[in-house]
Design a protein around this ligand. Structure first.
Ligand code: ATP
Length: 362
């Protein structure tokens, strides 16, 4: 079992910087998800951890050991990609046994481990079948098993579920988490799917444009995003983000949301952390608002999205686009004007210039 330390890690391809100054410590046995949109540098980071790519700057250590110049085969990492690497001319059994055989594990031990892994990943019924012709779902499960069976100290998975269907993805999220709990590997998991990161990881590292923006437990990053990008990227739908201005009034500092038609009070901690005339972004999660008959913002419903257990109302006028998540029996129709009240205790303020969260004074 091994901790991973990334220090000032950077990677450039010619004049283009794909990753800039990343610092991240991943504890022994921890499950960390690298989360971000396409092109943000997740795979570049993974490829450097695995040894496929050399960093342009900075260092990677596994425990105390500097990985500079250490080839992939000597790093003790298992790597599973989006496109499963399976020998299709071999049976499921032989695919699982391949790495063990290549490293000289005795036949009886090999057989035990293959059968255990097959059982764990629900592959037992097809152990003797040829891999060719198996579904994408099964092949990806097999690819994960083939790597996991080697019990690598560090297990790297780069979007392993993006080619499988939605129902299977949900099953695999649970299975991968179990797998990691069982073997206690240090796991780094690349995904652009915030739900995958939220449900599986001990901590999430959110990236954008080659930079690490925030690292924390899923719930902490969700509740306290460090900037507007993280606020909007996490959650489905993401946080509502409305442009506004701080104004000093007789009632104290308020957030004037102009076109949204709202002058919102601030908590006393927030009041102390902003200044009159400051341009801000006013954020609140879609689940932190209610429809009320009285006090609130009056907005037209532009779309009613029923997603089973919940209903998402899209609300808006020319200055504000808001999504609210409600019980599925909410009564609302497109075109109707509703009154929305926001839970003030859950407001997050961001500086409009930098996009950074405004840290509340104590
Ligand atoms: P995706 O999920 O789309 O792969 P990602 O976050 O994993 O996204 P990377 O693959 O790390 O992103 O790529 C980061 C940036 O670096 C992208 O703009 C990509 O085009 C660029 N890049 C990656 N590899 C190379 C390369 N070998 N040469 C030039 N540019 C590259």
């Amino acid at each position: 079992m091994t901790a991973i330390h990334l220090e000032n890690l950077s990677k450039s391809f010619g004049a283009f910087t794909a990753l800039k100054g990343m610092n991240l410590d991943i504890a022994d046995g921890e499950f960390v998800a690298l989360l971000g949109p396409s092109g943000c540098g997740k795979s570049t980071t993974m490829n450097m951890i695995s040894g496929l790519l050399e960093p342009s700057e900075g260092s990677i250590r596994f425990g105390e050991r500097d990985m500079r110049g250490v080839p992939m085969g000597r790093r003790g990492v298992g790597f599973v990609f989006q496109n499963y690497a399976i020998f299709t001319h071999m049976s499921v059994y032989d695919n699982l046994a391949y790495g063990l055989k290549a490293t000289g594990v005795a036949k009886a031990e090999r057989d035990r481990r293959v059968k255990d892994m097959a059982e764990f990943l629900h592959l037992t019924p097809m152990l003797n079948k040829p891999s060719a012709g198996l579904s994408v779902n099964i092949l990806q499960r097999l690819a994960i098993g083939r790597s996991a069976i080697m019990e690598p100290a560090i297990f790297l998975l780069d979007e392993p579920l993006s080619n499988v269907d939605a129902a299977f993805r949900a099953v695999m999220r649970t299975e991968l988490k179990h797998l990691q709990r069982q073997f206690r590997q240090t796991m780094v998991y690349v995904t652009h799917d915030q739900l995958e990161a939220m449900t599986m990881a001990d901590r999430i590292a959110v990236m954008d444009h080659g930079k690490l923006l925030q690292v924390g437990t899923p719930i902490d990053v969700y509740n306290n995003p460090s900037n507007v990008f993280v606020a909007g990227f996490l959650g489905s739908p993401g946080m509502n983000l409305l442009k506004g201005m701080i104004v000093r009034t007789d009632l104290g500092m308020r957030a004037d949301l102009g076109d949204a038609g709202l002058s919102a009070p601030l908590s006393s901690a927030q009041e102390k952390s902003v200044s009159d005339g400051q341009a801000i972004v006013y954020g609140f999660r879609p689940e932190h608002c209610q429809l009320t008959g009285d006090d609130g913002i009056r907005l037209p419903v532009t779309f009613v999205e029923r997603i089973g257990a919940r209903t998402i109302l899209h609300l808006g006028n020319k200055g504000a686009s808001i999504k609210g998540v409600f019980d599925n029996d909410v009564v609302a129709r497109s075109g109707e004007i509703v009154t929305l009240s926001i839970d003030h205790a859950n407001i997050r303020l961001f500086d409009a210039g930098s996009g950074d969260a405004i840290v509340e004074a104590r």
